[in-house]
Each structure stands twice: as C-alpha cells, then as structure tokens.
Design a protein around this ligand. Structure first.
Ligand code: NIG
Ligand code: FE
Length: 416
C-alpha cells in the first residue's frame, strides 16, 4: 500500500474518535488512546491509523515524519473568533483594572463601536495583513481550523469587506476558516436611537446580500441587555434562516436574559458564552440539540466570577465545546491550550473533556464534525505533535508551548 505521508513512532495517539456525533457525558472523558502508533495520509486525508511497526512494513511512502515518540492529537478547532479588525484595545484592559465594566466602557464610546471606526476605513489589504499575523499565531498554538466573524463594519459594504477578507484568508493561509456574518454585533452609533431602522437594513439589505454572494455560512448576533433584545434577535435570526444561513447566538454572557432558551427555540447550531445560563436554559439547549460553546477566556479577561455551569451541562448530557472568542475587546486570547487550562480550573472540566471540547465538539459547533476534530480514516489529516508525557500536561503547564509540529491536510505548516 502507498501513502503520500506516513507519520510513524507516535508515542501516544489520542484519536478522540466518537461512536456517535459530538461527545457528551462519560464520552467526554475518553480520548481513544493508541500507543506506538502511525498515521497513513493520502491527498491530505487520513487513510488509516494503526501500529507503527505494522505500517512501516505494510506501506511505501513519499514522505515519512518520524514522530520520535511524541504525542499526537487532532488539530484544535477554534469555533468562535473575531480576528478581522484594525486596532487593539489594551486601553480598555487598563480601564477594567481601574474598575470599569465592559458595558460601562462600551457605553462611554469604547467597545465594539470603537473598533468599527477604524475597521470601516481600512483597506482589504490592511485587514488581511493584520488578521493574517493573528491567525499565524493561532496556528503556532495548534489551531488548524477557525470560525471567523464579521461584525466590525455594521454597514453593508464594510461587513461584506470583512467577509471578503475572511474568504481570502481561507484561500491563502494554511488553515480552514469558516465564515460567519455578524452585522448584529452592536447597533452602529448612527442608529443607536433608531434600532428599527438598523434592523431594516440588516434584514432587507445585509442578510440578502450576504446570502446572495454565498460569503457566509452562519449568522451570529450579540443578544445581551445592552445590545440586541430577545425580540430583535428573533427578527434578525428569523430573516437569516429564511435566507439559508445557519444560526449562532452570543447568549447570556453578562446578564441572564433567556438567551439559551431563545437559541433552543430558534434552532441555533450553537449558543455561545452562557456564563449566566441556569438549569432551565441548560435543559432547553439539551432538548433542542444546541451545542453550548463556552468561552472561559472571555469571562477571565472580563474579571467575571460567573463562569458557565459546565459541570451541570456535562451531567445533563450536553456536547460542550470551548473556543477562545479571540477579539480586540473582551478577550485578546488566541490560545486554545490556555483556554483548556481555564476550562479545567474555572469550570471544572477534566483535561480529556477540555480536549474533546476544543476539537471534535468544536467541529460539530461549526457543522464540520464529519470532516475534522478527530484522527480517523476519512477525516482531514490535521495533526499536532507535542513533546509532553500525556494530555494532562496541556492544561497543567500553561503559559508556554510544548507543541513541536502542526500538520494541516498532511503538510507541515509549523514546526518548533
Ligand atoms: O464575544 N460578544 C460580542 N463580541 C465579543 C466582544 C467583541 C469586542 O468587544 O470587540 C465577545 O465578547
Ligand atoms: Fe464573541
């Protein structure tokens, strides 16, 4: 048998294979460990996974990567990011340290609206260069697929410009990027006292244009007391659904307002944040099959004491996913390994559950569960190699990286 690439001598290979869809309950604790393993890759896809000694005898190959006993995992899937913007907002970090809240800063002219001002005026090349540097850092931390949102333009042309940049990033960088339209990230200043007029633009102009151009797969919205109400969310996501977009929601991040219940009612693929979601919301998500995407780095960065109730979610059988929420305001964190550390320390997930949440379940949260997120035949050969004794080491040793190599569709795209 022939393979384009053979990865041999893998000390521990954690396949993260699931029997049936995203992992819940006890399955979140399982990693599918194989020792002395190998992966055979053809056309960027995994052809077979098995014993290293047997594969060396059975296969011929064009390229052989000797893993020298290292640990292999599926590439991370960062299923919630906002990487296309111009200026960073470390001034707001300092304001939060001085006691101001995220909402107070937003209402005083900071927040998302401040990012709008520079993003609207930026050229596509400038946005591409800036986002490209950010995404290369993510790759160097083991991420091989991201979801990326617009939402810093908030007028039709600026939103489409961001989505074109995301499309070009997907074409030119060695990572898969799944595009989400988020024109309902905030109300732009010119419509802050006329929500109805902006909703009209969203539903009559932006969503139809995005759908017509086929430039986004999902539509997301910031449902929160100071931005979109539940009724406004119904309008926007109802319209997005009619136009064939799949739905996501930022829900219950800062205030408990029934966002999770609404995500269930609307049939969202995921509800993200959920820091303030209680038992009722958790039951609704479970019943509707909505994936909870938990973003503990955001709550950490906002100095919140109230993390999502991941333990109850796991007990009740929800397929927990985690993501960074990388953005210039509430969370300038591009590291899924560090996010797993927070998921363990602040939300009580085990290291195994954290890993499953940042790979396989995150893939399902962006409708890519059949293609990525685990190491099994028929999936993309997105593999990371780590110089660590076991998976617990990833959340345990936070703040530095033991990643040695990132392989995207069979090609090495980062090595340390
Ligand atoms: O997920 N919630 C909305 N968006 C981001 C914040 C974006 C920003 O502050 O620029 C979030 O927290
Ligand atoms: Fe977000």
């Amino acid at each position: 048998m022939h393979a384009d690439t053979l990865i041999t001598n893998i000390g521990q290979l954690h396949t993260l294979i699931s029997q049936n869809g995203p992992k819940t309950g006890q399955a979140l604790e399982e990693t599918g460990l194989l020792e002395d393993a190998a992966i055979a890759i053809c056309d960027g896809m995994i052809k077979a996974v098995g014993k290293s000694s047997e594969f060396e005898a059975a296969y011929t190959w064009d390229e052989c990567i000797d893993a020298k006993g290292k640990l292999a995992l599926p590439g991370f899937v960062d299923c919630h990011t906002h990487p296309v913007f111009v200026h960073t907002r470390e001034n707001e970090f300092a304001m939060r340290l001085a006691g101001k809240s995220y909402v107070e800063i937003a209402q005083a002219g900071g927040g998302i609206r401040s990012t709008i001002t520079t993003t609207r005026h930026a050229s596509e090349d400038q946005l591409f260069e800036l986002a490209s540097r950010r995404i290369h850092r993510m790759i160097a931390l083991g991420t091989t697929t991201i979801e990326a949102k617009s939402g810093y333009g908030l007028d039709t042309e600026s939103e489409l410009k961001q989505l074109r940049v995301i499309k070009r990033l997907n074409e030119e960088l060695p990572i898969d990027i799944v595009p989400t339209f988020m024109g309902a990230h905030e109300f732009p200043t010119e419509y802050k006292n006329n929500h109805a007029a902006y909703l009209e633009i969203l539903c009559k102009e932006m969503i139809p244009a995005v759908a017509e151009q086929g430039i986004a797969e999902f539509c997301d919205i910031f449902t929160e007391a100071h931005v979109y109400s539940l009724d406004e969310t119904r309008k926007v996501l109802g319209c997005a659904k009619e136009h064939g977009l799949k739905l996501k929601m930022h829900a219950d991040e800062i205030e408990p307002m029934g966002g999770a219940e609404l995500a269930a009612e609307l049939g969202c693929i995921s509800a993200d944040h959920l820091g303030k979601t209680g038992t009722k919301g958790i039951i609704a998500l479970r019943a509707a099959g909505v994936i909870p995407v938990l973003l503990p780095a955001t709550l950490f960065s906002l100095r919140s004491k109230s993390y999502a109730d991941a333990q109850q979610m796991q007990e009740k059988g929800l397929p927990i996913a985690i993501a960074t929420d990388y953005n210039p305001g509430s969370c300038n964190c591009d590291s899924l390994p560090f996010t797993i550390t927070l998921a363990c320390l602040q939300m009580g997930l085990s290291p195994a559950a954290g890993l499953n949440a940042a790979t396989l379940n995150a893939a399902y949260a962006i409708d890519r569960g059949a293609r990525i997120g685990s190491l099994e035949p028929g999936k993309q050969a997105d593999v990371t190699l780590w110089d660590i004794p076991g998976i617990d080491f990833i959340p345990y040793h936070f703040g530095s990286s033991h990643l040695c190599r990132v392989i995207k569709q069979g090609k090495t795209v980062f090595s340390a």
